[in-house]
Design a protein around this ligand. Structure first.
Ligand code: PLP
Length: 385
C-alpha cells in the first residue's frame, strides 16, 4: 500500500537522536531550547514553546488565552477533531464557521457575517482557531483584521503548514494572530515522532505556556510568592500538565528542520506533477490562492460526480483495492457523534459537508517516487475515466 503520508528519516536524523541518548538529558533539556529557537527563527516569531503533541499545544494555548466554561471558541469544520476539542478541554462551547469551497479554509466572508450577528446577540467567541488546511494558509490579514475589530484572540492551527508562506509572511510569524501551533506527527511536514510547538510574539503568553506545560511549576523568583529559601525550591502557582517534549524528540526535530525547505519543495514538485498528470480527468484539482505558497501536507482532489459513473465510495474502495492509501480529510467535525450530541446536524456547514462527499487525499510525501505517483494516477484514471 502506498500510504497517503510518510516520514522521511535520514541517517543524520538517526545520529542526532543517538547522540542525545548518550547525553545527560533525555527529557526537556538543552536540545528543546535549541529546537524552540530553530522553529521561532524559521518563522520569524519571538518565542516558541515545544510540547508533547499539537493537541496539547492547542489545549494550553486556549488556556493561556483565558478560555473557560463561559466562553465560546470558533473553528473550521474541515479539520481534525483536535482543533475543536481543545476548547472543550477548557469547558468552553465550540461553534463552526463554514469553509470557502475553493480554499477549503474558513471563509472570511461567512466569518464576517457570523461575527456581525454574534456581536448583536452578545455571543462573540473569545477565541478563533483558523486552520491552514492542507498547508495553504488562510488569509490571516483578513482574519486578523476581523479579530481585532471584535476583540477576539486567534490561534492558528498550522499543523499542516510549517514551511508555508502567504504573501511576504512565513506561516508562524504570528503577525496577525496571538499564536500559531504546529504538529510534528509523522504524517506532517516535519516529525519528532509525537510533538507540537506553539510560536508567539507575546512574552506573557510564552511565559504562561511554559508554566502550563510543566505542572504550573516555576523556579522563576519573579513569579514566586515568597523569597527563595534555597536551591531546592520551586512553587506550583497554577494547575498545569505534563506536556513536555523530550530532548530525544527535539533532536529529531532539529535535524529535520534542516531539511524543511527541501521537504516542501519536493512536495510542491510532486503536487505540480499530479496537476499535470490528472488534468484531463473528471476531477477538481486543488486551487491555490495567488498569494499562497502551500507546504502541501495534503493533495486533495474532488470527484466531479455528475460526470463519472462511479460513486465516491466506489472510487475510494477501488483505489484502496489497487494498493493506494487514499484518505478523507476531513469528515466535518460538527457531524461527529460527540458534536451532534450538542445539537449540530447535517446542513449546518453545507460547503464543508458537500466537499467531504467528493474529496480524496492522494498519497504525497517527500520520498514518494515518480513510479509510485504514476501508479496512483493510473489507478485513478481507470476509475474516473
Ligand atoms: C495533526 C493535527 C492536529 C493534532 O496533532 P497531534 O500532534 O497529533 O496532536 C491538530 N490539528 C490538525 C489540523 C491536525 O492535522
Amino acid at each position: 500500500m502506498i500510504p497517503y503520508g510518510r516520514q522521511d528519516i535520514s541517517e543524520e536524523d538517526v545520529a542526532a537522536v543517538c547522540s542525545v541518548l548518550r547525553s545527560d538529558f533525555l527529557t526537556q533539556g538543552p536540545v528543546i531550547e535549541r529546537f524552540e529557537r530553530t522553529v521561532a527563527e524559521y518563522c520569524g516569531a519571538e518565542y516558541a514553546v515545544a510540547v508533547s503533541n499539537a493537541t496539547a499545544a492547542l489545549h494550553i494555548a486556549c488556556l493561556a488565552l483565558g478560555l473557560g466554561p463561559d466562553d465560546i471558541a470558533w473553528t473550521s469544520p474541515n479539520t481534525f477533531v483536535a482543533s475543536a476539542n481543545c476548547a472543550r478541554y477548557c469547558g468552553a462551547k465550540v461553534d463552526f464557521v463554514d469553509i470557502d469551497p475553493v480554499s477549503l479554509n474558513i471563509s472570511p466572508v461567512v466569518l464576517e457575517q457570523r461575527l456581525a450577528s454574534a456581536a448583536q446577540q452578545g455571543k462573540l467567541p473569545k477565541v478563533l482557531v483558523p486552520v491552514h488546511f492542507s498547508g495553504q494558509s488562510c488569509d490571516m490579514e483578513a482574519i486578523g483584521r476581523l479579530a481585532q475589530k471584535y476583540g477576539i484572540a486567534v490561534i492558528e492551527d498550522a499543523s499542516h503548514a510549517i514551511g508555508a508562506r502567504f504573501g511576504n509572511d512565513v506561516v508562524g510569524s504570528c503577525k496577525h494572530s496571538d499564536c500559531a501551533i504546529f504538529s510534528f506527527h509523522p504524517v506532517k511536514i516535519v516529525t519528532t515522532g509525537e510533538g507540537g510547538i506553539i510560536v508567539t510574539n507575546r512574552s506573557d503568553l510564552a511565559a504562561r505556556l511554559r508554566l502550563l506545560r510543566s505542572h504550573g511549576i516555576t523556579r522563576d523568583a519573579g513569579l514566586m510568592s515568597c523569597e527563595n529559601p534555597g536551591p531546592w525550591y520551586y512553587e506550583q502557582i497554577e494547575l498545569g500538565y505534563n506536556y513536555r517534549m523530550t530532548d530525544i524528540q527535539a533532536a529529531l526535530g532539529c535535524s529535520q528542520m534542516l531539511r524543511l525547505d527541501v521537504f516542501v519543495s519536493r512536495r510542491q514538485e510532486l503536487a505540480a506533477r499530479y496537476d499535470r498528470l490528472l488534468a484531463d480527468l473528471c476531477l477538481q484539482l486543488p486551487v491555490q490562492d495567488q498569494r499562497a505558497k502551500s507546504s502541501w501536507h495534503l493533495y486533495v482532489v474532488r470527484l466531479r460526480l455528475d460526470e463519472i459513473s462511479r460513486s465516491h465510495r466506489e472510487v475510494f474502495d477501488g483505489l484502496r483495492a489497487a494498493g493506494i492509501g487514499v484518505n478523507l480529510h476531513y469528515i466535518p467535525v460538527h457531524l461527529q457523534p460527540y458534536y451532534r450530541e450538542m445539537g449540530f446536524a447535517p446542513g449546518y456547514c453545507p460547503e464543508a459537508e458537500a466537499y467531504a462527499c467528493s474529496a480524496l487525499s492522494l498519497p504525497l510525501f517527500p520520498k514518494m517516487t515518480e513510479e509510485q505517483q504514476d501508479r496512483v494516477v493510473e489507478a485513478l484514471r481507470n476509475l474516473v475515466r
